[in-house]
Design a protein around this ligand. Structure first.
Ligand SMILES: NC(=O)c1ccc[n+]([C@@H]2O[C@H](COP(=O)([O-])OP(=O)(O)OC[C@H]3O[C@@H](n4cnc5c(N)ncnc54)[C@H](OP(=O)(O)O)[C@@H]3O)[C@@H](O)[C@H]2O)c1
Length: 317
């Protein structure tokens, strides 16, 4: 480590749904020097390093130059249906990059925090503790588990943080698997019923809460060099996508009776029915933060509803 008071952090995927709040939370911590990587959204002025992590052979040179003490690895392909169609590309990014980061961290004594997923579990035996047996049902979950295994085999000092479905501040409503439901409701044919999946129980978790948990994990590691291992962090409110849509309805002026619960298993990549993550290990360490789902939604929706209203008010050419 550089010095405990002035660590250098590197956050991969700093333009992503989770990476953005992680970058913000870490940059707001006095004494931490924080760099992020980005790929397609690596625009000038953001202070981010361009990196294509699907080319793992480029990772050592990047890390030698930036010399991080702590790496928070969020970059990944995280859309299960995309991974199911092209598992090799997902393996290159999700597994290849993770292996290269872990090897560098092992050689240089850096601390690696890896973002993993509740999809490493099959969803038949919730709640899942960090040491519960894994059994991914789809290619995305397998890639996240393969990344975990490479880290554990590398011998580097690391924390693996598994999280469930995420939502938070989005660049567009389609960006998160939760806010896309609001987009579907806004785009639905006027007056028509709208079916919403009511099969899988999920625990939507705010990205700002996960960012704060990660910040607290880094702080913990800086003060306690024995801190490492597999951890879970999850929101505490069980709901199906139908339940989430009910929470969006009053904020969108969408009549709730138009929402139809659909109890059938969703199409696409197989998903766990209930992969509830037991977060008690972090809670026991005094780490955690939870924002209630319905209280988070107005601020998330506001800029998007305003933009839609403005675009409707503009005269069409
Ligand atoms: N979102 C969820 O619901 C969820 C649930 C459980 C676990 N997770 C895990 O949480 C982590 C963060 O997910 P997220 O939702 O923030 O993902 P995301 O919004 O899709 O962001 C992905 C990030 O990875 C970067 N990236 C993509 N391809 C890359 C490449 N070839 N080289 C370098 N960087 C690349 C992207 O950069 P550019 O945008 O600049 O291209 C972006 O910053 C992931 O590890 C994911 O598996 C997410």
């Amino acid at each position: 480590m550089n010095t405990l008071a002035h660590p250098r952090l590197l956050i991969t995927g700093a333009t992503g749904l989770l990476g953005r709040p992680v970058l913000r939370a870490c940059r707001s911590t006095p004494g931490w020097s924080v760099t992020g990587t980005a790929f397609r959204r690596a625009k000038p002025g953001l202070g981010l390093e361009h990196a294509d992590l699907s080319q793992p052979e480029t990772v050592p040179a990047l890390l030698d130059r930036l010399a991080p003490d702590v790496i928070i690895h969020t970059a990944a392909e995280r859309r299960p249906d995309v991974s199911e169609r092209d598992p090799a590309a997902t393996q290159r990014l999700n597994v290849g990059s993770t292996g290269a980061l872990a090897q560098w961290a092992a050689e240089r004594g850096a601390f690696l925090i890896y973002l993993s997923s509740d999809y490493v579990f099959d969803g038949t035996c919730p709640p899942y503790r960090p040491d519960a047996p894994t059994r991914p049902l789809n290619a995305y979950g397998q890639s996240k588990l393969d990344g975990e295994r490479l880290i554990l085999a590398s011998g580097c000092q690391a924390a693996l943080l598994r999280v469930p479905i995420l939502y938070g501040e989005v660049e567009e409503l389609g960006e998160s698997p939760v806010t896309v439901l609001a987009k579907n409701m806004l785009d639905a044919e006027a007056g028509a019923p709208l079916a919403m999946e009511h099969w899988a129980t999920r625990y939507p978790t705010h990205t700002a809460d996960v960012a704060e948990v990660l910040r607290q994990m880094v702080a913990r590691r800086l003060s306690d060099p024995s801190f490492q291992g597999i951890f879970h962090w999850s929101g505490a409110e069980p709901m199906t996508k139908y339940g989430m849509a009910l929470a969006f309805a009053p904020l969108l002026g969408f009549p709730r009776e138009r929402l139809i619960p659909d109890p059938s298993r969703p199409a696409g990549a197989p998903r766990p029915q209930d992969a509830h993550l037991d977060s008690s290990a972090l809670e026991r360490l005094g780490i955690g933060r939870r924002t209630p789902f319905s209280s988070a939604l107005p601020a998330i929706l506001a800029p998007h509803l305003a933009a839609r209203a403005a675009s409707k008010a503009r005269p069409h050419p």
